[in-house]
Write a protein that binds this ligand. Structure first.
Ligand SMILES: C[S@@+](CC[C@H](N)C(=O)[O-])C[C@H]1O[C@@H](n2cnc3c(N)ncnc32)[C@H](O)[C@@H]1O
Length: 259
């Protein structure tokens, strides 16, 4: 069942912060350079990275912007982000605790907002989009990188699968659902692309500290699908019929707030 408070996210990410700080998928995953390209940061930008986690996106932006603020619910994740900024001598990156759905910043205080590998955790994506719109100046842009489902039917299955691994997963929407919500918030949908990811099953479940029982439940959940459904869900099996990975599409989108 999807969670109904943000405490599931802070509990899960505080417990697994060191694993996320070490995760190659998060540090170097291929959505990051595409997000940077879509964001086109300049030294005039004041940037906000929402749900920054251990700060991968904020750290990548820092050399190219005047200032970047990373915000996250989980203090344990932010501790890694602050440490890395200090280790790298980044003096224009700061980190604050807070919620994506209630941003603690005045109207029109940023020129660029980003959020990567995180909005599928947000309980109220519409509120996050409204908040991002509010804190952006006219002419500003919001650049998102997040996993999508290829159809609404795949979303139903995928949300069950993902939640069995990480109770703070909330909704992995198709691109069309994103487009409707973004436009309802007032954004212009300027540019989008899909970046393929392969999530190795062992690595993916280890990062979440899944117990052997949880891993078995995930395998049973996947094995119940027929061949066509497995293909639609992006599941990968080896020749011996063992689940080895799933493939998903990371949507990167640039949304613009007109003057
Ligand atoms: C996968 S991690 C972030 C990855 C990071 N953005 C990156 O580029 O590597 C997801 C993060 O979303 C945060 N999060 C989840 N729901 C949130 C919310 N409503 N407001 C702020 N942060 C949230 C979690 O605490 C977690 O740190």
């Amino acid at each position: 069942m999807p969670n109904d408070t943000n405490s599931a996210s802070s509990e899960y990410f505080n417990a697994n912060a060191a694993k996320y700080a070490a995760s190659e998928v998060h540090k170097h995953g291929p959505s990051l350079p595409v997000l940077l390209e879509f964001a086109a940061p300049t030294l005039r930008d004041r940037a906000l990275d929402v749900a920054t986690g251990t700060g991968n996106t904020a750290h990548a932006l820092a050399p190219f912007v005047r200032e970047v603020v990373g915000l996250d619910l989980a203090g344990g994740m932010l501790a890694h982000a602050r440490q890395r900024a200090q280790d790298d001598g980044q003096t224009n990156a700061t980190f604050v605790q807070g919620s994506a759905e209630d941003l603690p910043f005045p109207d029109a205080s940023f020129t660029l907002v980003t959020s990567r590998h995180a909005p599928h955790h947000f309980l109220h994506l519409d509120r996050f989009l409204a908040e991002a719109f509010r804190v952006l100046e006219g002419g500003g842009r919001l650049v998102i990188a997040d996993q999508i489902s290829v159809t609404p039917a795949v979303q139903v299955w995928m949300d069950g699968y993902q939640t069995a691994r990480d109770p703070s997963h909330h909704a992995q929407r198709p691109v069309e659902a994103w487009r409707e919500l973004a436009m309802a918030a007032g954004f212009v949908w300027a540019q989008d692309t899909l970046v393929p990811y392969r999530l190795d099953f062992e690595d993916w479940t280890a990062r979440s500290s899944n117990t052997p029982e949880m891993v078995e439940r995930l395998r049973t959940h996947a094995d119940a699908l027929n061949k066509t459904e497995r293909q639609a869900a992006g599941l990968e099996y080896d020749a011996a019929g063992k689940l080895t990975a799933h493939h998903e599409q990371m949507m990167v989108v640039r949304l613009e707030k007109c003057w």
